[in-house]
Structure formats: C-alpha cells, structure tokens
Design a protein around this ligand. Sequence first.
Ligand SMILES: [Zn+2]
Length: 332
Amino acid sequence: MEGFNWSDILGNEEKVGQIREMIKSRQFPNAVIFSGLAGIGKKMIAKVAAMSLLCESDNKPCGDCPSCRAFMAASHPDYYYMEPDRSKANPMIKIDQVRALQAEVSLMPVMSDLRMVIIDDAELMNGAAQNCLLKTIEEPSGLSKFILTTSNRSRLLMTLRSRCMIINFERLSEADIARGLDLRNIDNAAEIAVISNGSLGQAIKLAENDGLQIRSDTLDFLESLPKLSIEDIFSKGQSLSTQPKENFREWTNNLQKFLRDLLIVNVDIEKHYYYNRDLRKRLSKLHGQFRDSAVFDMLHETAEIQRRLNSNANLELLIESFFIRLKKSIQK
Ligand SMILES: [Zn+2]
C-alpha cells in the first residue's frame, strides 16, 4: 500500500534519515514540529513516523505486525489524528477538538506502549486551543508523542514552539516533483514541476486546474498587449470572465510572476530566481517592449486587481478596467 513506507517519501532525504535514526535509537522526542512549505510531504512523513513509532518489529514500519496492520486500516486505537475542518471558509482547529484529544491521551495506550498524535496544520489552532495543547503535551505520563505539522510556524505560540523539537523541511527538487506527478499519471510532469515552486501539492493543484494552459494564456496576452485594440480588450475580458473567478486569480498570479521575471530576465543571476525559466527566451524578447517603469506600474495594477477580486464587484467589468489600466501603463 502506498504512503505507508519511508520509500514512498520524495525528497528531504537528510531530514528523513535523521528522523529514522531517532526512531531507531529510541530518541524520538515527545513533541516535534514539522515545519515547511505546504505540499512538500510533511503529513506523509509524520504518518510514516507515527506508524514506525507504534510498530512492534525491528524494521520500522514493517507493515505486517498487528500495530502496522491496524494503522494501515485506520483503526489503530493508539493513533490520534487531528486536522481543521477544511470544508469551512476559514478552517480552524477548535479548542473542543483539543479537549477531546486531552481526554484521550490521559488514558493508557491499548495496543502499543505509547500513543501517537498528529496535528496537521497546527497553526490553525487559536491561542486558547494552543494553550490547551501545551498543557496536554506537558502532562507527565510521557506515554504520548506529538507531531505537529505547519506551513506557518510563526503562528504557533512561542511557549508551544519552545516545548517542541523543530524540524524544517525543504522545497522539493523539480526531479522529485516530476516523479511524484508521474506516479499519479499526470501529464506534462516536467513542465509543471518547473513552475510548482518546490511543492508537490502545488504541482498537483496546477495540473488539476489547467495551470499550464492558464500560464500560457497569460504570456500570450502580455506579448500581445501593445497591439491590443479596445475591442480586443473587451472580448478578452468577456472570455476570461466566463471562467471561474479562481481561474482569473491564478491568471493574475501568473502575470505577476511574468512581470517579476521581466525585471531580471537580462540580469545574469542564478536561474532559480526565475519563476518561468523554461520561457526565458520569450521573456527576453518581451523585455525590449516594456520599460522597467511600465513593468512596475503593471505590477502595481496587478496587486490592486488581486485585492479587488476579493470584493463582489462584477468580474467582467473588473477585468476590462484592469486591462485598460495595463495598457495605459505601457503607453505612459
Ligand atoms: Zn510493524
């Protein structure tokens, strides 16, 4: 079964090696924070670590002992997983959830000699919930181990952070992301990997939302902008406004990245500073068409439209006036 072994984890080899070593030598701390960008595999690493810590065999996780079997069947009595309700507009981990956890960990483990708790996106606990968790972690029984994952460590209380060992995970390499996409039978893996910012989760989202298509449409637009007539602008605005607002938001994210790339495209710097380095030739050509001041103006307008997209204003009108302002930026 996939996702239940160390070999299923992509990237971060060194950190994963340290974690395995701590488990093997029984040095795994009582409370750990797995910190790093969203979509790089923190939760999967936490799960394999939890399964290993509960496993009864030497080669952890063996996938075969009663504990491992129960874990894989999602019925391990000593494993507790907590996450925010992501169906909500503002997902939160509520203090009631933490209190339920507190009651649970006060009991003796049933199957293993310890209890494993994973709290995913732990920064989505408010202060009261975090304080309640801190008390739970500090309970002296010592029979529970906690793994908190977070993509925004600064939102965890200092008191909580200082009580935990912190392990930072890095962005994934393009090769690892491409491999992760291949494993999921996703097309254009190598291309998507370039623009996924080191996050497999982001790459999967891009693939699901036609991210490459949106990106290509954005660059086509930017290239044609100097020649666009007002009629062209209205018809482009109309066609974009028939799509979901989220697609247009992604479109503006792409525009922002292209504009940032334009500012550095002719500067001799490390390639990883570019968002779209696979398109560097086209960008280099485009660079001659816009003055830097025009690019800055367009960046400003893009930030402004992203802010306005949060309102309930008519999307078509928003897009059209945005395009007209972009056009003005390059005519100044
Ligand atoms: Zn086992």
